[in-house]
Design a protein. Structure first.
Length: 233
């Protein structure tokens, strides 16, 4: 009884906090000076129609590299912790895993239909991040969601961990190499102007931002897929 009362009290307190934020929210009618500056700089200096992607993969691309490095460490830690548990479980259960109940026909058929569509949508988000809403992080997360669906359809399904890890490592190395190229051929590390800016608003534009977005999407998608595959056990 006391536990339920504490839960209700905590939920009520959170409700009051969010209600206060909602009541006190005032929609900003204009951009702050810094926002205006970026809105002007990104299309002119980087040739990217999507200001957010331009900022994430150019002005603060080093921070983005740090974020994916943290995600890599999470994936590696999950692998180290759960790999032993998986081996021990296999030794104890043997072939009992094969007796796991399969998903329903609806789930399996839905996975066969939706997984290709999710993959196409993920590619679209990644490759058009410099033109519209999207980018490498978002597209990689969408791609990893297809892994969840595959695991729901067939929990016994195995993914090639070495292939995923190799793709992730290759994408990370190429990301850094593009950054080093910016030091040599442009004005700094991860300067997207290492490639021609192209015509504004077209698919082949914004310098190296589309390339960085693809590498980021591959890296994030593979890392999240490895984590999900490890946790399924």
């Amino acid at each position: 009884m006391i536990r339920r009362a504490a839960i209700v009290l905590a939920v009520a307190q959170f409700g009051l906090v969010f209600a206060g934020l909602l009541v006190g929210h005032v929609e900003r009618q204009s951009l702050p000076p810094l926002g205006k500056r970026y809105v002007e700089l990104v299309p002119r200096e980087l040739g990217a129609a999507n200001v957010i992607t331009g900022i994430l993969l150019s002005y603060r691309a080093f921070d983005t590299l740090g974020e994916v490095a943290v995600l890599f460490m999470v994936a590696a830690s999950v692998g180290l912790v759960l790999a032993r548990r998986e081996r021990r479980k296999e030794n104890l259960l043997g072939d009992a895993r094969l007796a796991t109940r399969q998903a329903s026909e609806i789930v399996r058929t839905g996975a066969q239909i939706l997984v290709p569509l999710i993959a196409i949508f993920a590619v679209y988000i990644i490759t058009n991040g410099h033109l519209s809403a999207g980018g490498g992080f978002q597209g990689g997360a969408v791609a990893a969601s297809s892994v969840i669906l595959l695991l729901l359809a067939d929990p016994r399904q195995r993914f090639d961990q070495q292939l995923l890890s190799g793709m992730e490592s290759t994408a990370g190395i190429l990301f850094v190499l593009v950054g080093v190229a910016g030091l040599i051929f442009a004005n700094g590390f991860l300067d997207s102007r290492v490639l021609p800016l192209g015509q504004f608003g077209t698919f082949f534009s914004a310098g190296a931002i589309p390339l960085l977005s693809v590498l980021l999407g591959v890296k994030v998608g593979c890392e999240l897929s490895v984590i999900l595959d490890r946790f399924r056990t």
